[in-house]
Design a protein around this ligand. Structure first.
Ligand code: COD
Length: 305
């Protein structure tokens, strides 16, 4: 059972050949610190793409030696992103990472029909949390990419994250599909979707996981709360993955865990042709480092390259 994000390091073989990561718009202090640290620990090999003068100036202040890494100049963050995405698209690197550039700009480039990282499947965001008050790592999806997913999109979002969890050795992750309440309320769309996903799982239409829903947040993560409400569930209180109703709920939970609960987090975009590290600008250097680690493990276990 994974209880700390640092355990992800043990999932990389000692003899593994580090995958190549491209940092798009490298003029970002937290990202630069995190990628250099990961490269020095042989978790990745590194290519920097961005404003060379700004990146070098930043590296000097941070006392980082970036002279040994490949550098590709770009005149703007948007150009840095498109150059970086192309490098990964062309198979010249294995992992893409967002630096100092807006999330939407990054996502649009990833979705480009000409040079993007589409696979024909839905791309989604997966966040993996280490929360002091919970007994194991817990995934949360989708808090950053799909705004108001339909039932069909929720199936893809769920499957994307289950694949990641399976690749981390969690064979049958327990998935809680969240609503505001744990009973189906025909006026609350999220509870209807949750009940359908749960039934689809029972009928083997969604595999490699155990799905239950609707569950309210408290009974998804607390056995006492589930008992108190007399909920019979294989998932309640022992959830590995929380499926969010929409981006607003997801994003608020993400930020509440980080800011109120001081949780640690690693996150990435899944479903693309390569893992993508997409942390938010407010995420700490440690969150960026842990996200690189997560992407490196996923790149090793999931992608064919
Ligand atoms: N997976 C695969 N293809 C997709 C996805 C997806 N998740 N989303 C859109 N597409 C495809 C569509 O099928 C279409 O072919 C093309 O991309 C454009 O689709 P649009 O018009 O819906 O896409 P955009 O460019 O208007 O928006 C896509 C974004 C991902 C940018 C948009 O959904 C978005 O802004 N998401 C939220 C990002 C955000 O602000 N996050 C904040 C977190 S801190």
């Amino acid at each position: 059972m994974l209880t700390e994000l640092s355990q992800l390091r043990e999932l990389l073989d000692k003899e593994h050949k580090p995958k190549k990561l491209v940092l798009a718009a490298s003029e970002d202090a937290h990202s630069l610190n995190a990628v250099v640290r990961a490269a020095e620990q042989d978790i990745i090999r590194l290519v920097l793409v961005g404003d060379k003068e700004k990146t070098a100036g930043m590296a000097e202040i941070l006392e980082l030696d970036i002279s040994k890494f490949e550098f590709i100049e770009a005149s703007s963050p948007v150009e840095a992103v498109s150059k970086s995405v192309k490098i990964v698209h062309d198979g010249k690197a294995d992992i893409l990472m967002k630096g100092k550039v807006g999330t939407s700009d990054m996502l649009r480039s990833i979705l480009s029909k000409d040079y993007g990282l589409r696979t024909g499947k839905l791309l989604s965001h997966f966040a993996y949390f280490e929360v002091e008050t919970y007994h194991k790592l817990i995934g949360v999806t989708d808090v950053a990419m799909n705004i108001a997913p339909s039932l069909t999109e929720k199936i893809s979002i769920l499957n994307n994250s289950v694949k990641v969890l399976n690749s981390l050795g969690i064979e049958n992750p327990k998935v809680a599909v969240l609503g505001a309440v744990e009973k189906v309320n025909t006026e609350m769309g999220a509870t209807l979707d949750a009940a359908l996903l749960s039934k689809m799982n029972q009928r083997d239409q969604i595999l490699n996981c155990i799905v239950d829903g609707p569950l309210a947040f408290d009974n998804a993560i607390s056995v006492e709360s589930a008992r108190h409400k007399e909920i019979k569930s294989d998932v309640a209180g022992d959830t590995d993955l929380l499926l969010m109703p929409d981006i607003e709920v997801g994003n608020v939970l993400y930020k509440s865990l980080v800011f109120f609960a001081r949780a640690k987090v690693a996150s990435m975009i899944v479903g693309a042709s390569a893992p993508i590290v997409l942390t938010s600008r407010s995420d700490s250097e440690q969150a960026k480092f842990d996200s690189i680690l997560l992407a490196a493990v996923v790149a090793k276990n999931l992608t064919k390259r």
